[in-house]
Design a protein around this ligand. Structure first.
Ligand SMILES: [Zn+2]
Length: 507
């Protein structure tokens, strides 16, 4: 009988996936629940991941011609009401400000005072408040396209929350653009989805599928919504980013008009697109293992950690000076526009304990260096994407010259593994019975594990979509761009269909 490997995270993924997720977040010290229900405190290790996401995405936005601006946190309720579908979609999760101050309640406490004449909604998304500015900024075709991004926090009142995946307040970016023609706005919508896909794959090492959302799943007020969908290790989908073609709906609501080159007043075309701190949840669930977080080097808060192994006090000076010199050499190198981040862990605690802490935090490369390594001119190296015990001795000089190449290799390995997992858990299904069986949990003790991505035909009817959702909690994730034209029959009703779509359970 195989001996059960001891793991740093309990329970493991196969025993209780949702609880495993919470324990990974805790063990890596990424974030914690706050005293305010549904809101999270993002701790430095988690926030640095967000900063690295921001920095790299922001570069990509700038490269595609966008600039950043900032708009108010509060939206007058009347702005919100201008777009009927939009308000309908968000009404149930809005935080509303009704008063402007606190007053003495006469009983030793405080009560709200100064009722507002018009209530303010805390932004759940900013189309309407940004639209109010855009209507002033856009006058002529010469003002277009207008390509703006905002980094901000938003609030969507949630009943059931989970760190990073669904929180009442979260951090995100929202792009908002205005165009003279429908074709340009459509092109922008798809271009930014492509930027998200590239970012997810190149930086987060998460393979994604780009496609169009069904009518039922689109953004409230949009003409069409596009998404990137990623597979987590419990084989559920996670929508990792969305891009919306808003047509003229919001231009109408906010009165964004311009004078064309022929001198005719025309209504503009707009888009919006966003990704959020949810990406950190995706990152955790796509790559981490039963020993904790696994981080792709390109967004890791630290690339390398060095653990000096000092058994006798008289060795301290020699070991520390060697380690410090090595760290300095490494820190002079650049990795994707950022200097290598090398942590030296000098804390007064056992080496083995330190090693396990850094494994749980997901640092891509660990070096353990003691007197014997120094004598031999070597470092003892462990890679986070390999088993904890799988370590080897490398010449120190060689390590310095090959460190960034090694990081690239780790980045690629993490991506390849995630892609192989996604492929292994994606199937084409044509029979209804097989489809229903696919999404039924195999193991009643761990019902989170089931199915994967089913590529099946769909007739386009919202009714079939709804019935499947009610029966199985399975939704259409998107209609992939890569889906080719073919004749088939709807998985639910059997009516003709020309394309396969992705069905899956989702976060
Ligand atoms: Zn159908």
């Amino acid at each position: 009988m195989a001996k059960k490997e001891r793991t740093a995270i309990e329970p493991t993924r196969s025993v209780n996936y949702p609880e495993w997720y919470q324990q990974v977040v805790k063990a890596a010290d990424l974030a914690e629940n706050s005293e305010v229900r549904g809101c999270m405190v993002i701790k430095p290790w988690g926030y640095t991941i967000w900063e690295n996401i921001q920095r790299n995405l922001d570069d990509m936005f700038k490269e595609t011609g966008h600039v950043n601006a900032y708009f108010p946190l509060f939206i007058p309720k009347s702005y919100f009401e201008k777009e009927a579908e939009h308000v309908k979609g968000f009404a149930k999760e809005c935080a509303v400000v009704t008063h402007t101050r606190l007053e003495d309640d006469g009983k030793g406490g405080l009560k709200p005072g100064g009722a507002l004449t018009e209530e303010l909604v805390v932004r759940p998304t900013s189309e309407t408040i940004i639209g109010a500015s855009f209507s002033k900024w856009v006058n002529s075709y010469r003002d277009l396209p207008l390509l703006i991004n905002q980094w901000a926090n938003v609030v969507r009142w949630e009943m059931r929350t989970r760190l990073f995946l669904r929180t009442t307040e979260f951090l995100w970016q929202e792009g908002h653009t205005v165009h003279a023609t429908e074709a340009e706005a459509q092109e922008e919508t798809e271009k930014m989805l492509g930027v998200y896909a590239k970012f997810a794959e190149k930086f987060l090492a998460i393979p994604v599928i780009q496609g169009k959302k069904s009518e039922a799943e689109k953004f409230p007020g949009a003409v069409s919504t596009y998404s990137i969908e990623a597979m987590m290790q419990d084989r559920k989908a996670l929508q990792a980013g969305t891009s919306h073609f808003l047509g003229q709906n919001f231009a109408k609501a906010s009165n964004i008009k311009f004078q064309s080159s022929e001198g005719v007043e025309e209504l503009a075309w707009t888009t919006s697109w966003g990704v959020s701190t949810r990406l950190i949840g995706a990152l955790i669930m796509a790559h981490s293992d039963d020993n904790g977080l696994v981080l792709p080097p390109k967004i890791a808060p630290a690339h390398i950690v060095i653990i000096p192994i000092i058994r006798k006090e008289e060795q301290r000076e020699m070991v520390e000076s060697f380690v410090n010199k090595l760290a300095l050499e490494l820190r002079q190198q650049y990795y994707y526009g950022r200097k290598l981040v090398v942590n030296v862990d000098n804390r007064d605690m056992a080496g083995g304990e330190k090693v396990w802490q850094w494994i749980k935090k997901g640092v891509p490369i660990r070096l353990e260096i003691g007197p014997r390594d120094i004598e031999n001119g070597t470092v003892f190296m462990g890679r986070r994407n390999l088993a904890p015990r799988d370590k080897k001795s490398v010449a120190a000089e060689e390590f310095v010259t090959t460190a960034t190449t090694l990081l690239d290799e780790i980045q690629q390995n993490i991506f390849d593994k995630a892609l192989a997992f996604q492929k292994a858990n994606s199937v084409e299904i044509d029979g209804k019975e097989e489809f229903y069986r696919y999404f039924t949990p195999e193991n009643k003790d761990n019902p989170e594990i089931h199915g994967g991505f089913a590529y099946s035909h769909w007739c386009g009817s919202g009714e079939c979509e709804e019935k499947i959702k009610n029966d199985l909690k399975v939704t259409i994730r998107n209609i992939p761009f890569e889906s080719k034209e073919e004749t088939g029959k709807c998985i639910y009703c059997g009516k003709p269909s020309s394309k396969r779509v992705i069905f899956s359970k989702a976060y």
